[in-house]
Design a protein around this ligand. Structure first.
Ligand code: ZN
Length: 54
């Protein structure tokens, strides 16, 4: 599942959620620190899992 990173506009906290696309679209994740729903998704920072085994 993809990981989404969010930035809280209230307190500036950055938090990560692992959600399916359907989950992400139907619910807006509140900030875990201040419970604000004024959060934005950080799309520029996508976690890619690379398995490098030498
Ligand atoms: Zn917050």
């Amino acid at each position: 599942m993809p990981m989404y990173e969010y930035l809280c506009n209230e307190c500036g906290a950055v938090f990560t959620e692992i959600l399916t696309v359907a989950e992400m679209e139907k619910r807006k994740m509140p900030c875990p620190k201040c419970k604000s729903k004024d959060v934005k998704r950080i799309v520029s920072h996508i976690h890619t899992i690379t398995t490098k085994k030498s």
